[in-house]
Design a protein around this ligand. Structure first.
Ligand code: NAD
Length: 370
C-alpha cells in the first residue's frame, strides 16, 4: 500500500522563494490570545478576569504539583481547587476523574500548568464538560496552540479536532521552563522543530504559516545551539520558537514524521519527545527531494546546506538520542510499524511505500542517515 503524495510543490510558498505566482491557499486564524514574556505568569489573574472566569481548577502532573499550588496561590479566590493528576497521553480514567473533580467543584474553567500531558487533560475536560481552558505551557510540545485532543484507552490513542478544546488564552513565561531538565529541554525543542518542518511541506501550508515555520526553525535551532553557552536569552528564544511551531501544528496537516511517531509511540510506548528527536532527521532526509521549498526555508533558518544532517549533528552534540536502538527498540519490532505507517491515507510530499518506511526505520534504528 502506498501513501498519497501531498501538493506537487511539496511545500508552502514563502515570499523569499524565487519569483512566481503565489499558489492559492486557505488560512483560518484560530481564536485565542497569547501573552509572552519573562514574569508574565503574574498577569495570569488578569487574563482569567478578562475571560470572565471566577472559579478555575488548576491542573498539573504530580511532578509539577508544587508549581500548580504556587499558581493557585497567585490566583487567590478565583481558584476552586488543584488537581495534580495529569498523565502522559491522557488515559480515559484520568480524564473521567478530572472531569468529575471539575464539575463537583463547580469550576467554570481550567488552568493547565505544564507540558502537553497537562494541556491534554484540560482539553479532555473541555471536550466532555465544555469548560474553557487557559494554558500555561512549561515545555515546547505545542499542544496549547491546537484544537487537537487525544485520549488513550486499552493501549490505543484516539485523537480528534474540536474548536472547543483550543485554549482561550495562553501565557508563555520562559521563567517556567528554567526547571525543565536539560535532556527534556533538548528533545522537547526537537518535538517543536518537527511541527515546523512538517508545516513547511504541509498540503495546507499558506504564506503566513510558512513564514512562522521558518522563523520557528530559526529560533529553535539557535536556542538549541545556545544551550551550550550561558546566553540568558536562550530559554526565551526556545519558547518563542515553540509557540510558532505550535501555531503551525494547529494550522496544518502533518505528514510521515508525525504518523511514524504516533505509530511508534502508541505501539511501543516510547517517550514522546525523544521519539521525535530520533526520527526527524531521517524523515527530513527522505522527504527533502520532494520538498525543495521546505529545504530552502530550513537552509535559510539554520544556515546550513543539509538540514537533516545539521539536525542530527545538533542532537548528537547536545547528548540527545539519535537512534531507535538507544530508546530500547529492537529491529524485530519495526516491520509492524512500517505497515501501520502506510495504513490510512494521509498527505506527505513524497510518495511512501512500505519498503521505503521499513528502510527509513532501519536507518533510524542504527542512527545512520541516508
Ligand atoms: P509532558 O507534559 O508529559 O511532560 C513531561 C514531564 O516533564 C512531566 O513529568 C512534567 O511534569 C515535566 N515537566 C514539564 N515541564 C516542566 C518544567 N518546566 N520543569 C520541570 N518538569 C517539567 O511532556 P510533553 O512532551 O510536553 O507532552 C507530551 C504529550 O503531549 C504527549 O501525550 C503528546 O501526544 C501530547 N501532545 C499533544 C499535542 C496536541 O496538539 N494535542 C501536541 C503536542 C503534544
Amino acid at each position: 500500500m502506498t501513501v498519497s503524495a501531498g501538493s506537487p510543490a511539496g511545500a508552502g510558498p514563502t515570499p523569499s522563494d524565487p519569483p512566481g505566482p503565489i499558489p492559492p491557499f486557505r488560512y483560518q486564524a484560530l481564536p485565542m490570545r497569547v501573552r509572552f514574556g519573562a514574569g508574565e505568569l503574574a498577569a495570569l489573574g488578569e487574563e482569567i478576569d478578562e475571560l470572565g472566569l471566577s472559579r478555575v481548577l488548576v491542573l498539573s502532573t504530580p511532578e509539577q504539583a508544587g508549581l500548580a499550588h504556587r499558581v493557585a496561590e497567585l490566583l487567590g479566590d478565583r481558584v476552586v481547587g488543584v488537581h495534580p493528576h495529569a498523565v502522559m497521553h491522557v488515559p480515559v480514567d484520568v480524564a473521567d476523574a478530572a472531569t468529575t473533580a471539575a464539575l463537583d467543584a463547580g469550576a467554570d474553567g481550567c488552568v493547565a500548568v505544564g507540558g502537553g500531558s497537562t494541556v491534554g487533560l484540560g482539553k479532555a475536560i473541555a471536550l466532555r464538560a465544555g469548560l474553557p481552558v487557559v494554558a500555561v505551557p512549561t515545555t515546547y510540545a505545542g499542544s496549547e496552540m491546537t484544537p487537537v485532543w487525544g485520549l488513550t484507552e486499552g493501549g490505543a490513542k484516539r485523537t480528534g479536532r474540536d474548536p472547543a478544546v483550543l485554549p482561550r488564552s495562553v501565557v508563555y513565561d520562559p521563567e517556567l521552563t528554567l526547571s525543565l531538565p536539560r535532556a527534556l529541554t533538548v528533545t522537547s525543542a526537537f518535538n517543536a522543530l518537527a511541527h515546523a518542518v512538517e508545516a513547511l511541506y504541509a498540503p495546507d501550508a499558506s504564506p503566513i504559516i510558512s513564514l512562522m515555520a521558518e522563523e520557528s526553525a530559526r529560533a529553535l535551532t539557535a536556542g538549541l545551539a545556545g544551550l551550550r553557552t550561558d546566553d540568558p536569552g536562550v530559554r526565551s528564544r526556545l519558547l518563542y520558537g515553540a509557540w510558532l511551531a505550535g501555531a503551525c501544528l494547529g494550522a496544518t496537516t502533518m505528514g510521515l514524521h508525525h504518523k511514524l511517531c504516533h505509530a511508534l509511540g502508541g505501539s511501543l510506548d516510547l517517550p514522546h519527545a525523544e521519539t521525535h528527536t530520533v526520527l526527524l532527521p531521517h524523515v527530513l532526509a527522505f522527504n527533502a527531494p520532494a520538498a525543495p521549498a521546505a529545504v530552502r526555508a530550513l537552509n535559510r533558518a539554520m544556515g546550513h546546506d543539509h538540514p537533516a544532517t545539521a539536525l542530527r549533528d545538533l542532537a548528537r552534540a547536545l547528548g540527545a538520542p539519535t537512534s531507535l536502538a538507544e530508546l530500547g527498540v529492537a529491529r524485530e519490532q519495526l516491520p509492524p510499524i512500517a505497515h501501520q505507517a502506510v495504513t490510512g491515507l494521509y498527505s506527505n510530499p513524497r510518495r511512501v511505500s512500505e519498503p521505503d518506511v521499513a528502510a527509513l526505520l532501519d536507518r533510524a534504528h542504527d542512527g545512520v542517515l541516508a
